[in-house]
Design a protein around this ligand. Structure first.
Ligand SMILES: [Ca+2]
Ligand SMILES: [Ca+2]
Length: 121
């Protein structure tokens, strides 16, 4: 009987220890953990226009990035409203991309008439 009473007291003992630890942790952790950001208070860095050497190619641009030369970085394809597809190699690397000059309809691609939208699967 005494053994059973002892085993029944473990949950209570655990709760008491947990509460004691929780009290000390909550006092320390409240100062260390910053308040979570709220969705209504986002902070954005200043906008960068045409980064990585890419320039404005007009309305209805449909960019797509794929590693066409298998060198480990993504290269740039972009469909145009007039049906052309522009292409630029990533001349740097995957971590700091820098794109070369645009080529129009390379690799045997042809103008598709309007609203070109390249996609690689
Ligand atoms: Ca590449
Ligand atoms: Ca490259």
């Amino acid at each position: 009987m005494r053994e059973k009473a002892f085993s029944n007291s473990w949950p209570w003992l655990f709760c008491i220890l947990w509460a004691m630890m929780g009290c000390s942790l909550s006092a320390d952790s409240s100062a260390a953990i910053p308040a979570p950001l709220q969705p209504q208070d986002p902070e954005f860095a200043e906008a960068i226009v045409n980064p990585f050497g890419l320039t404005d190619i007009g309305n209805n641009a449909t960019p797509f990035f794929v590693d066409i030369d298998a060198d480990g970085d993504l290269d740039f394809f972009c469909g145009k409203l007039n049906g052309d597809i522009l292409f630029a190699y990533n001349l740097n690397n995957a971590y700091a991309p820098s794109f070369g000059p645009y080529q129009t309809n390379p690799f045997g691609l042809q103008n598709v008439g309007s609203y070109a939208s390249p996609c690689f699967c």
